[in-house]
Design a protein around this ligand. Structure first.
Ligand SMILES: [Cu+2]
Length: 376
């Protein structure tokens, strides 16, 4: 009789100790289809495809042969890591002097050209996320999150991803509508993929690596946000972008914490952060002037949890659930941004003071998803 494959719910429900949980979970990981696929990966000819049924300007090409154009069949397990950690060579090569970078949450200005050429580079590098924690990051352009992007509905986005890492990676823009097998294909180390799209809706959208296991790639730092303005701009405001994510850490080795895939499956994070730095906007708050309209673009990158966004002492006069300027509700205390989603929150800063902006699911707020907005 073959041994039946355990379900995750079984290992969570039946686990009475951490050791028993890890043992059962490792069997589950080994039984995932991607583990087998990783061994049988193949080389395909260069794909040049057009999104079926989509606008003619939505195309995707690989500039080199793809190792495997079907992202369902790729895996970080290919490099032989025993429990799917993020310990790729570049990521764990950390001098103790890796500095902390406060992530500026200001929405970058919109540029005038209607064709936006965006080139990102995958880098597996150590990232300091708190004063005493360096993680083995997988990144877009060397930061967690990747760069904030700002375009307008109807712009043409000409995107290229170059993989300078050691395992396959990819890019999935939630602002696009494309055939994922072509556009979001995994790119082998040293190669690039290019595709073009035109955002069909305004709003704020997640982007992330879509290489399997996606949980591991998002969980190791491969995510960011794209703001898409409507054709008629929203009212002038101080605009900030917050991307929430969770960190699931293994014990540090040589000063660097790898990410822990088993913890990601269990969905209990060590830290929850806005823009990659737990509590960074408590240490250095955001500042606006009294009377200004304030607009937060909030994205929940996950990989697992939503963000119950709330500002202590304020109410939102407008929350855009979908594409602005429609799809709004008024007079809101808290709204949950789904993992993989994005929403826009607005209010007038009419009272001076210090206002905490929080994930009101406070188990996650206390782990780092709290910042301070100072109204001067
Ligand atoms: Cu990746």
């Amino acid at each position: 009789m073959p041994t039946p494959t355990p379900r995750l719910s079984d290992i969570v429900d039946q686990s009475t100790s951490r050791r028993a949980f890890l043992t059962r979970a490792s069997v589950l990981v080994a039984s995932l289809p991607m583990a087998e696929a990783a061994v049988t990966g193949c080389t395909n000819p260069t794909p040049v495809a057009r999104a079926p049924g989509g606008p003619q300007d939505q195309t995707a090409t690989a500039t080199t042969p793809s190792e495997n154009p079907d992202s369902r069949l790729d895996s970080s397990l290919k490099s032989g890591q025993p429990s799917a950690s993020s310990a790729t060579p570049g990521a764990v090569n950390a001098p103790p002097t890796v500095p902390f970078h406060w992530y500026d949450p200001a929405l970058p200005p919109l540029t005038s050209e209607r064709t936006k050429q965006i080139h990102m580079t995958v880098r597996e590098v150590p990232i300091r996320v708190t004063a005493d924690t360096i993680v083995a990051g997988w990144t877009f352009d060397g930061s967690i999150p990747g760069p904030m992007l700002h375009v307008r509905r109807g712009d043409t986005v000409e995107f290229t991803l170059t993989n300078q890492g050691s395992i396959p990676h990819s890019m999935d823009f939630h602002a696009s509508q494309l055939d994922p097998k072509t556009a979001f294909q995994s790119v082998p180390p040293g190669h690039s993929v290019s595709y073009t799209f035109r955002p069909r809706y305004a709003g704020v959208f997640l982007y992330h690596c879509g290489t399997a296991p996606v949980l591991m790639h998002i969980g190791s730092g491969m995510f960011g946000a794209m703001v898409v303005d409507p054709p008629t701009p929203l009212p002038p405001a101080r605009e900030f972008v917050l991307v929430q994510n969770e960190y699931y850490l293994a014990a540090a080795a040589n000063g660097v914490s790898q990410f822990d895939y088993i913890k990601m499956l269990a969905t209990v994070p060590d830290y929850v952060a806005f823009n990659g730095g737990p509590s960074q906007y408590q240490s250095k708050p955001l500042r606006v002037r009294r009377g200004e309209r304030v607009r937060f673009y909030v994205v929940a990158a996950g990989p697992n949890h939503p963000c119950s966004f709330h500002i202590v002492g304020k109410q939102f006069d407008t929350v855009y659930l979908g594409a602005p300027p429609g799809n709004s509700i008024q007079g809101v205390q808290t709204f949950s941004v789904a993992a993989g989603g994005g929403m826009i929150f607005e209010f007038i800063a009419d009272i001076p003071g210090e206002f905490p902006f929080v994930n009101h699911a406070f188990g996650h707020g206390q782990k780092g998803a709290i910042g301070i907005l100072v109204v001067e």
